[in-house]
Design a protein around this ligand. Structure first.
Ligand code: PBG
Length: 337
């Protein structure tokens, strides 16, 4: 009897127990019953494009990530496409910033030029643009700041919609508003439709939390607010119900996809949003998540490949259809091995 059927023996005693290890015995069996797959097809690689000529600037807090000038984009896009990464999320660092964020909606602005360069070099690479004002405002806030220091929601909407339109006109395959103003999805959708860009989808950063994990990004994008913080518009990390509520509102306003950001500290939110909306759900594995793992790996404290693949698989298991991650190129290489 021992070792067979539902009975397990220990110290001469037998007791009923289920044998789960049978299906873990070989790699083939484990593969056969694996519930979640991680493939390069679901990954989006963030790209930082900066002003000036012929520069590749490493971002100190994000080892392996660089800010590129336009002249380096064709080469970079070729490498990304060759690795099979299907999409990039584009951020721009303009030469000049002002209170009206005019570089954001300038048809010859940094992102608009970058979109054209990328689409010319790699027409099949999907280019998603981040729509926000914080990289373009002199104060670093995501919208227009009033005299009393508040970010003016409705005035900001006009500028976000203008920005999205100029990205679409430059050839962006999708626009991704990350500003967290109320009503931005509806405003952008209406403007895109009326300007002849009804085919351009909106990836809404719906549940974007006021997170400490954006620190390295702000170094990369030079977008740290000069005063105050973003808690007046980004979501409180303590809230899950509110995240579901905003995701549903964004879908009602016309979002084609919704995003949860950051990813690893918010797996429960990814799961809840996945269960409550029918559109694809993206998760942004942000700069601080990347930096923390890279730092531990550099110290020999974590095995980078194992930790990255496990983390991204967990984000997929939580319910993300799409993952935006700075690890995308490495993952593509590892999955090819
Ligand atoms: C712009 C924006 C931010 C990120 C993406 N879009 C920074 C912020 O809100 O401060 C963060 C991405 C990352 O940390 O990787 N609003």
């Amino acid at each position: 009897m021992a070792g067979r059927g539902p009975w397990i023996s220990c110290s001469g005693m037998s007791f009923p127990a289920t044998r789960l290890r049978r299906l873990r015995r070989t790699g083939a069996l484990r593969g056969l019953v694996r519930e979640t797959d991680l493939s390069v097809d679901h990954l989006v690689y963030p790209l930082f494009v900066t002003h000036g000529q012929d520069r590749r600037e490493p971002v100190a807090s994000m080892p392996g990530i660089e800010r590129l000038t336009i002249s380096h984009l064709a080469e970079e896009a070729g490498q990304i496409a060759q690795l099979g990464v299907p999409a990039v999320l584009l951020f721009g660092i303009p030469a000049d910033k002002d209170t009206a964020a005019s570089g954001a909606y300038d048809d010859e602005g940094i992102v608009q030029l970058a979109v054209r360069a990328l689409k010319q070099a790699q027409p099949d690479l999907t280019v998603i643009t981040d729509v926000c004002l914080c990289e373009y405002t002199s104060h670093g806030h995501c919208g227009v700041v009033r005299d009393d220091g508040e970010v003016d929601n409705d005035v900001t909407l006009e500028l976000l919609a203008k920005t999205a339109i100029s990205h679409a006109a430059a050839g962006a395959d999708a626009v991704a508003p990350s500003d967290m103003m109320d009503g931005r999805v509806g405003a952008i959708r209406a403007q895109l439709d009326s300007e002849g860009h009804s085919e351009v989808p909106i990836l809404a950063y719906s549940a974007k939390f006021a997170s400490a994990f954006y620190g390295p990004f702000r170094e990369a994008a030079e977008s740290t607010p000069e005063f105050g913080d973003r808690r007046g518009y980004q979501m409180d990390p303590a809230n899950g119900r509110e995240a579901v509520r905003e995701a549903k509102i964004d879908v009602a306003e016309g979002a084609d996809m919704v995003m949860v950001k950051p990813a690893l500290p918010y797996l429960d939110v990814i799961r809840r949003v996945r269960e409550e909306v029918d559109v694809p759900v993206a998760a942004y594995n942000v700069s601080g998540e990347y930096a923390a793992l890279k730092a531990a790996a550099a110290n020999g404290w974590l095995d980078e490949r194992g930790a990255v693949l496990e983390s991204l698989t967990a984000i997929r298991r939580a319910g993300a259809d799409v993952i935006v991650t700075y690890h995308a190129k490495d993952v593509a290489r590892w999955l090819q091995d």
